[in-house]
Design a protein. Sequence first.
Length: 202
Amino acid sequence: MPTISNPASTAVLFIECQNGLLGPDSVLPAIRDAALPSVPAMSRLAAGARAAGVTVAHLTAVPVRGSDSFNRRTPLFRGFMDHIAHWGPDHPAVQPIDEIGLGPDDLVLPRATGISPTYGNETFKLLRNIGIDTVVFAGISVNIAITVSAAQAADEDFRVVVARDAAAGAPEEYAAAMLQHTLAMIARLHTVDELLSDWGAS
């Protein structure tokens, strides 16, 4: 298999893999339930990436001012903003799930606005400044967040990879179609095992 990426210039971006969205008390239970089978792969990806010297970053949603920082024009946000009004920077709901954890060298890149975890913020500038040219997306969900961020990363001239067995959405058949028919047009799709093998990580 051709080389996927150089660990030193690669970052794994875990999208919204936080307790309040992927944990037991998720405000998006349909997404959480669909993603649960992928959590072991996410865990292996995080551990293997750290062992190989790949940068691990957590892109989290952290509302401020009682969730007023997120607009409510979309049905998605109108549906659950009231449920996260008590979240804040130190709330357990915005912390990475235990299965992925937070390594000592991990980056935590929260956002307080927007559907996209990367639109209009410093994520790609920061990654470029630290020498990253390849981004690997994992987490939730291929319905919206991963897909729009992958497109933005491509437009920012990053090599884009999606860890296909560590990226989930709902319903399952729709997520599979998104990977095959949309994300495959934007990114290279690889399994966690393929990525870890490429990086020389077990």
